[in-house]
Design a protein around this ligand. Structure first.
Ligand SMILES: Nc1ncnc2c1ncn2[C@@H]1O[C@H](COP(=O)(O)OP(=O)(O)OP(=O)(O)O)[C@@H](O)[C@H]1O
Length: 236
């Protein structure tokens, strides 16, 4: 029996892009559990399969071989609509370039996500403000993205990813476009989310500023998991 409390479970997962002579094995034999309440870092050289693995975890991409479970439910045999429903119910995504709507204020960017989660319009503004406050952005609710710093934009994107209270938050290079301390504060915000809200946070990163915030560090090389460790130093 699989414990339903394991947000994401992969067993022998492989992903092959293309077919025949052009087939390329981007992931091979990945077996791991992603746990709630901690921040897992996914490190590895360029092309090692980090984004591919994150996409499989978030049901954006189907594994070619092996088994993927979200909250105890296997996704093989689930159709595209079912995969979308699983994502919507369980997973939030954060990307390098924020992907905010430039013509919408910070709180409205979050309201759109609440809309997709079928939160009634009447409660959306209040909920968006609460989410912004969790990311220390209460005073930026009425600002447009062009009026926010890079770090603030990324925190709006994180607040948006939390719309609908996902149990897993998957972030692909969330600090890559941020300089100096800003990248660190975004990494700290992700770490706090894992620890305070019990969210399973998975972060793909090349950024050494992010590393001290990882509770667990996975290393990929050539599509294989070559290391899985828990740094002994305390975060920050
Ligand atoms: N749609 C695709 N079709 C064919 N090959 C792909 C596709 N997407 C990724 N790949 C290949 O799969 C391998 C893994 O790619 P992936 O993006 O997962 O690596 P990564 O570790 O995230 O790299 P980076 O750090 O450069 O972003 C790479 O060799 C890439 O060229």
């Amino acid at each position: 029996m699989n414990a339903p409390s394991v947000p994401i479970r992969l067993a022998g997962v492989g992903v092959t892009y293309g077919r025949g002579a052009t087939a390329f094995a981007a992931l091979r034999g990945i077996t791991l559990d992603i746990r709630p309440g901690e921040m897992t870092l996914l490190l590895g050289p360029s092309g090692s399969g980090k984004t591919t693995l994150l996409q499989v975890m978030g049901c954006l991409l189907r594994a070619t071989t092996g088994r993927v479970e979200l909250f105890g439910r296997g996704v093989e045999g689930v159709d595209a609509e079912g995969m979308a429903a699983l994502r919507l119910a369980h997973v939030g995504f954060v990307f390098q370039h924020y992907n905010l709507f430039p013509t919408l204020k910070a709180w409205e960017n979050i309201a759109i996500a609440l809309d997709i989660k079928a939160v009634p319009r009447a409660g959306q503004r209040e909920m968006a403000l609460e989410l912004l406050a969790r990311l220390d952005l209460a005073d930026r609710a009425e600002h447009y993205p062009s009026e926010l710093s890079g770090g603030q934009k990324q925190r709006v994107a994180i607040a948006r990813a939390l719309a609908g209270s996902p149990q897993a938050l998957l972030a692909d290079e969330p600090t890559a476009a941020l300089d100096g301390k800003t990248g660190q504060s975004v990494a700290a915000a992700l770490h706090d989310l894992a620890h305070r809200a019990g969210v399973a946070v998975v972060v793909v990163s090349h950024d050494p500023r992010v590393e001290p915030f990882g509770d667990r560090v996975l290393h990929l090389e050539d599509g294989q998991l070559i290391d899985d460790r828990r740094p002994t130093r305390s975060p920050r």
